[in-house]
Design a binder for this molecule. Sequence first.
Ligand code: URA
Length: 235
Amino acid sequence: MERLQKILAEAGYGSRRKVEKLIIEGVVTVNGQVAELGQKASRFDDIRVKGEKIILQRKVYYLLNKPEGYLCTLHDPFNRPKVTDLVPQEPRVFPVGRLDADTTGALLLTNDGQLSNHLLHPRYHVEKTYLVKVSGRVKPEDIRKLEKGIMLEDGMTLPAKAEVKKSTRDWTLVSLTITEGRKRQVKRMMKALGYPVLALHRERFGPLDVDDLKLGEFRNLTQSEIKSLRGSVRH
Ligand code: URA
């Protein structure tokens, strides 16, 4: 049994407040009886809103290796390619957080709003690992600064893990693991230290990696991956 509000919200009848209003208005029935606020129900009950039987979408979870040039928005006034174009259209899914159009790599898409909210919530510190190619040779003291925290216009960044993976005269490849998800955070962190970002790829999102996916490919998460994602936001 689950709270009726939760079931109705999942079936697309709006926010908690909206579905509570529907229940108070007396337009929701469970097995023919007018529902009451706070009541529990099972998803196998005959639940109706204004006489119409609700349809519960099955939950889907896709891991996409996002290619360059795709936007993480759902609507774009210029009709540019969207990440949602790369996965099945039914049931509708949305990206969990955002990657910039020119960033590649691990992106989760799902219709599980609750898990998505948790994964994006700052309190759970879900780790995201990026491979960043920057112009110039990154100094060891700057690696330490990345690890300790960098002052950005929206405050100090939390401690991160940083490591030089490869360096040449002209550019450096850095692995950077952060637990926040501020807008353009990696690019802003590197820029604050004087290194323009040439390319950015997300290798890992929490327990998920895209090692087995080519750019533009996606796959369904396994049951154990879904479990471990849920585990990463339960404290
Ligand atoms: N940080 C960025 O700057 N861009 C991204 O797309 C993701 C993290």
